[in-house]
Design a protein around this ligand. Structure first.
Ligand code: NI
Length: 207
């Protein structure tokens, strides 16, 4: 199990389109496993490779994992493409592991049909709706250098980005040793990683 440091906005990489993957080898399979570990640890439901600094067209998603950390239905999509979109729209308050503690309402098609390669290199095509549909559209956006705040008003986007910029400057998202003074809810406090939450600084933080 490996936890990967997250790319936190604002960051140029999050605006950069990712490159298609030509060969699905062990390094890609290992990356997918590490992305799931990181996603569950950070309590997310989807993660694009660019969010761990790898500019390749790959995403992982699982919207049915349980609170105790038991995985649900896992999706790994390589070079995903939306082939059709439902006319019905769905509005959802989205967040993103690259935008810690920031949320905004985003309206997207309720359902999308997606063509992608799985980890065995087999082509799959499936329709996704509801929360999973929203999640997959959000992650495919990442592969094109688009983030959820690009779908909201400039005012709201600027507010969120300003806040994150300030928190970044204060070192909120630096790797640190977890301790009793952190107010984010991880239950394993024995390792360093780039955490995603705002927290109360104290003697147990190493910044
Ligand atoms: Ni995201």
């Amino acid at each position: 199990m490996a936890l990967l440091p997250l790319v936190i906005a604002p960051d140029e990489r999050l605006k950069t389109p990712s490159q298609p993957i030509d060969t699905i080898d062990d390094s890609i399979r290992a990356l997918a496993a590490d992305m799931f570990d990181t996603m569950y640890h950070e309590r997310g439901i989807g993660l694009a490779a660019v969010q761990v600094g790898v500019l390749k067209r790959m995403l992982v998603a699982d919207v049915t994992w349980r609170d105790d950390g038991t995985p649900g239905t896992q999706y790994v999509m390589i070079n995903p493409q939306i082939v059709s979109k439902d006319a019905n729209l769905r509005r959802y308050k989205e967040g993103c592991l690259s935008f810690p503690d920031q949320f905004a309402d985003v309206t997207r098609p309720d359902a999308v049909r997606v063509r992608y390669l799985d980890l065995d290199g087999k082509q799959q095509e499936e329709t996704f709706d509801d929360l999973l549909g929203t999640c997959i559209q959000h992650e495919i956006d990442h592969l094109d250098g688009i983030v959820f705040v690009d779908h909201v008003s400039t005012l709201k986007r600027d507010m969120i980005l300003r806040k994150l910029k300030k928190q970044k400057k204060l070192g909120y998202f630096e790797p640190h040793v977890h301790g009793p003074d952190c107010n984010h809810g991880h239950d394993d406090h024995d390792h360093d990683h780039a955490h995603e939450h705002e927290h109360v600084h104290g003697e147990h933080c190493n910044h």
